[in-house]
Design a protein around this ligand. Structure first.
Ligand code: GLP
Length: 305
């Protein structure tokens, strides 16, 4: 997991765009997974600006989104489908026929989930953009969601509904259900780009990186992925002091080394037992297990203005 800390939304957009540009340069027909919410907006602004200025093309790009509310029409201003069109797709040259999002108005929501899961399986994302909820959710995978659950109907928590009330005329109109890609489906992307801004995300960011490795914070699942870039502003990173990071890294390295030593002991005991039974065999050397190197935070120190 690489971590970059930036000063403001503009820098976040620029830094995140570098990741998208890298993918597009490698693969002009890349599959990009998009996220909604206020956090990725500076990235979408940067993409639109760059398209206008430099002509970066998205004609061959395939895009799909993480989630959508149940019962909200794609033309409705509060829908994620409309959000994507208004904030990005109408400002770049992407072919709308190459974009997809779960249909929260489908008559058979389970069938729609199956269709979406199949579509994701057939088109693993080259890069998946993610935000994070105040409770650590990714897409609409609320705490304690099983990672193996594919695209499904999610029951939104009261906190999530409150956090998303802004797009609705009245907080009571925020849907109770949404369709969301599952955690392992999200992890099937080749690269992941997680963005978080603001103090309200600081605890979730802390839990994602330093907290207990369980489903109480769904974003901890990203630790399993080999290519994750996290871009934070100072407020979202405010609970991640470097010393704590070092301590956590040391603690995990120590735990890994203890587990490896224990495994070697068990193997040695098994080998001894086998040697007792068959005295002809030569004594096995104690396996020296390589302790996986701890992930290092690449903290991008922002340049002075
Ligand atoms: C919603 C979306 C998430 C998003 C989150 C954070 O719950 N389902 O995908 O990451 O909101 O949104 P914001 O960026 O507005 O804080």
């Amino acid at each position: 997991m690489r971590i970059a800390i930036v000063r403001n939304g503009k820098e976040l957009g620029e830094r995140a765009f570098l990741e998208i540009k890298k993918v597009l340069l490698e693969k002009p027909d890349a599959v990009i997974g998009f996220a909604t919410g206020a956090t990725p907006l500076p990235l979408y602004e940067k993409m639109a600006e760059d398209h206008k200025k430099n002509g970066t093309s998205y004609k061959r790009v395939r895009a799909y989104n993480l989630d959508e509310y149940v019962g909200v029409d794609k033309g409705d201003k509060a829908s994620f489908a409309r959000f994507m069109r208004d904030n990005l797709f109408s400002k770049i040259d992407i072919d709308l026929a190459n974009t997809d999002i779960p249909n929260g108005m489908a008559e058979d929501l389970n069938a729609e989930c199956e269709r979406y899961a199949e579509m994701v399986r057939a088109n693993p994302a080259d890069i998946q953009i993610l935000g994070i909820g105040r409770n650590g959710h990714i897409a609409f995978n609320e705490p304690y969601t099983k990672p193996e659950e594919p695209t499904h109907i999610a029951l939104l928590t009261a906190d999530t509904r409150a956090a998303n009330a802004g797009a609705f005329k009245d907080p009571s109109l925020v849907p109770t259900y949404a369709l969301t890609m599952g955690i392992n489906e999200i992890l099937s992307a080749k690269r992941i780009l997680l963005l978080a801004t603001g103090e309200s995300k600081a605890q979730a960011v802390y839990d994602m990186i330093m907290g207990r490795d369980d489903t109480s914070c769904p974003a901890t699942a990203l630790r399993k992925h080999p290519d994750v870039t996290v871009i934070l502003d100072k407020e979202a990173a405010s609970l991640l002091t470097f010393t704590e990071w070092e301590n956590a890294a040391e603690r995990r390295a120590a735990e890994a080394s203890a587990a490896a030593a224990e495994e070697a002991l068990v193997e040695e005991a098994a080998a001894d037992e086998a040697a007792d039974e068959e005295p002809v065999e030569t004594a096995e050397e104690t396996a020296e297990e390589e302790v996986p190197a701890e992930e290092i935070a690449e903290t991008a120190a922002p340049a002075e203005e």
